[in-house]
Design a protein around this ligand. Sequence first.
Ligand SMILES: [Zn+2]
Length: 713
Amino acid sequence: MERIFKKSLALILTLVLALNTAGCVQRPGTPQESGEPQQSGEPQVSGEPGEEPGETGSEYASWVNSDIQEWVKEIGEADAKDDFHLHVNREWMLNTVIPDGYSSFDTITERALEVDSQLMDILENPEKETDPALIHDQELVQKYYTMWLDWDARNKLGVSALKDLLDPLMKVQDLDDLTAYLSMPRTVISATELAQCEASMDWNNADYYAVYVMPVDLIFGDSMYYGYMEESDALDEPYYNVVIRHILVELGYSDEEATEVLKSCFAFEKDISEYIMTTEEESARDAVVKENNPRTLEELEAEAGDFPIRKILEASGADKSERYILTQPDWLAAMDVLYDEDYVEHLRDYLICYTVQDYATLLDRETYDIYYKVINDISGATGTKSDKKSATDAVDDFLPSQLGRLYADRYVSDDTQNEVTDITKEILDEYRVMLSEETFLTEETRREAVKKLDNLILRIAKPIKWEDDSELNFAGSTEGGNLISAQDEVGAFWVKRMQSRINQKVDRNLWTSSIQDVNAFYDPSQNSITLCGGILGGALYNSDMTREELFANVGDTIAHEISHAFDTTGCQFDEKGNLRNWWTQEDQAAFAARADKLAAYYDNIEPFMDVYCVGSQIEGEAIADLVAIKILLRIAEKDSAFDYDKFFRAYAETWRTITTARSEFYVLSQDTHPLPYLRVNCVVQQFDEFYETYGVKKGDGMYLAPKDRLEVW
Ligand SMILES: [Zn+2]
């Protein structure tokens, strides 16, 4: 969660600088505004509902962005025919309050808060476990929870434990020192490196693991922001200037020295950001193909030149992989140039700043309070989470599998798993029929698509097999440990786990996510869908739901995730998860034309005045939303008693959201999902059933001419 908030820092930069609109297209001919995008006051739309196509120059409907609470307060009720999202959700939006410590609130957050209180209950009221694995898990989560809440011990320790970690780095004067530092096991385990590596399913042979070699993370997130930032902008940012500066001063730097370190860190971030893909590039259709660059260690070494990639991989124990995937060759070539005697201080200062900010929430109370004040100011959140809630979040971040096993044992029933599996199979059956009937595809491609569907791995509610974590351990406070030493011990376990996977076969029964997450996803490299136990509860799923409610909630989630197997990225992977083109050329072109039409449709939607959606950034998710409803409506068609009004309303309710303009703008610029109000309106207006249920006609806000309607699958 912290990481997401950190990313939102960059939003402020875009708002303040307003040089460009952060991944959103500025309409040609629209004068660029020097101020902030409109945040309050009269929301302006680009055309009034009911205008005839052509009058506004756009054939698309214009709805007020009804995710933003302030704006909704200023507009009246809407008819279902004109703005369905607003029509269904207005009352709720006016009567709901954003909880303390959050900048937005929606159905998923509501469920996440329920799961959080269940997790807190596990920690506050531990049960006596009898299963040896659960006894071990219980011990670990209790040790960490207790240490996290022990402010006396944390205040006493202050930054001293961090000093020990950073001492060798702070002493770095030349390239030899730096290379020696990067080669130390403790650097790999607990500090930031100048390259990231991880063992994951090989895109070129999905049965085996490969080592992925990736660029460093940037403090302000998206590399695109650095194009608009100068040193003075970075130093004005409270995250740089308050949080990191505070820890540097605690570590013994004078104020002037801290300023120099921050400037020097920024110089490296700005230089390297030019060679790191932006969020928009990473979500583009061709991103995976561009990132799939198989290499041997020798080839990597040749490309890295002076940059000691072999030593970094040796220190991680990742130097024996038969295959490396270099995701961004331009970045590695740039590191060769920057790894220079004259540039050492910038590399060192980046490592210092990045490492200290990673530990900001694990130090003393003063640092913790400073951190949260800055994060709240930036995200627009008010109030603070309770310490117990923050400690629960910290355990969840640090020991996700341990807390997850305890969660599954207490809260995820076999009945839920069975019921949701049954619904999934019903949806899969309908997908099979739809794919085999696709008239825009040749027989050959249809067969491949069905094969992919038939090989889809289902991970529902909880794993059938847990990974053996019995060797994971760390010292608690009674054994002389603290939060920083725990990081070392557990980090060492994970590095060892990564090493054990290199060149080994992938076990497809293992999950790659926490079961307590309120989340669901498709993994193209395994051709699997995962519905975490956390999402299968509360308002999102319960066994008393009507069929319409089930379809609008869990059914939609399942159908959405399956469809990612066939979105513009997913369709590049085959039934096993290999990046393999299984399309005939003409089918590929026909599919691309359909996806292009969808992207162009979203390019015309204007959530803020003069700021448009970027179709290419959200097309994968938009396709998934569209196909999900299509599949559910195909199943509904067979049921003469199906209540479409109930279904569409329940669907709109799942996407109800209240947020601030600031937070919404960030989502628009960085998220690969369409904004919540668009996930309702842009989807339902594609289907005849919606027009029939509400009598939508030409001239209504929800009307879209048949020739403009979207159909990808
Ligand atoms: Zn999705």
